[in-house]
Design a binder for this molecule. Sequence first.
Ligand code: ZN
Length: 373
Amino acid sequence: MINLKRVVHPVGQGSFYSESFFYMDRNICNVIYDCGSSSNRLSLRNEIDSFSSERKVVDILFISHFDNDHINGIKYMKDQNFKFKNVIIPLINSKDKFIYILKNIGDEDCLALIRNPQSFFGDQTRIIKVSSDSNGQSNRNESIDINVDESNENHLDETTIKNNQAISISNRISKAFWFYIPFNYCEKQREESLRNELNKLENKEINEFINSPNIEAIINLSKNINNIYKKVCETNSSNNASMIIFSGLYIALRTFVLAFYGHCYFSMDEACLYCGDIGLNQKNIIDDITGKLGFSCNHIGLIQVPHHGSKASFSDDIYKINTRCDYFFLSYGNHRYDFPSRKVLLSMVNNHKRLFLINENDVSIFVQEIFLY
Ligand SMILES: [Zn+2]
């Protein structure tokens, strides 16, 4: 019997979500979605340390987007000798890369990751980029399979896969026992005033800045770049872009799920939708997800409220993903007075949903044990 432990780690304003698979109590596969915190780096390190005491191999690391609070723990994982086998990131264009570089100025490790993921992780890691080109409905028969018992030495070349291409996990004993489906919505929204400023820049200027080895370049920002930098800081504008991940069974196997939060336990369906910092109020996003996931939506028992509970990214349409889904969670920093917003909390209460709030306090940890038959 395979079982899965899903944890929303208490790291404050950021994200660190893990899924560890076990077969007869032996750890066979580890998957992580984002690793960072802007409010409490110490609790993030503690969580990474306790994860690493039993598990040192990351079979898949998903990065939802390159905001600092979602990636700034990855270098620490590397320093703790984690082995990253596959890293799945959204394919972004040079203008978005440029914005993420502006947002990470001063953090050399994150800049190195954004500039060149392959050289950041090294040649033992396969980088898989998810394009925003749409596919039809996700089809499990066309999934790319990651066999966690095999080394990935034979396919280390950088790969690009289509949006909502299913990724299955197999091992020697079980074929495709779990699936992930990424949705790259990273290009969905860029506020118009920022877009106008970006259009004033030459591609050459953008590329030079992205590749600039010397971060002192910020001091010599041209007037145009300076304007964009101010706008990015003022509006937090790339925050509505993220890669969403569906995590679940693709077919109806029998499952038994127990979730623990505080001193209570709950039972729910096994699939989870990780939303990163996506803006759910963007046109068609919910319809697009539900259309492409099809019947798999019915298995979603847990949904991440995006962007740490920001009201600007929230929409009541979240309940349309699966009207039967009663459980939601969000990660926020204890000292950030504006997160989670009252609008989100009231909406959850009014719609009779249960919202698990995870901050940097150890006791706010959320854990699910999922048993597959
Ligand atoms: Zn964030």
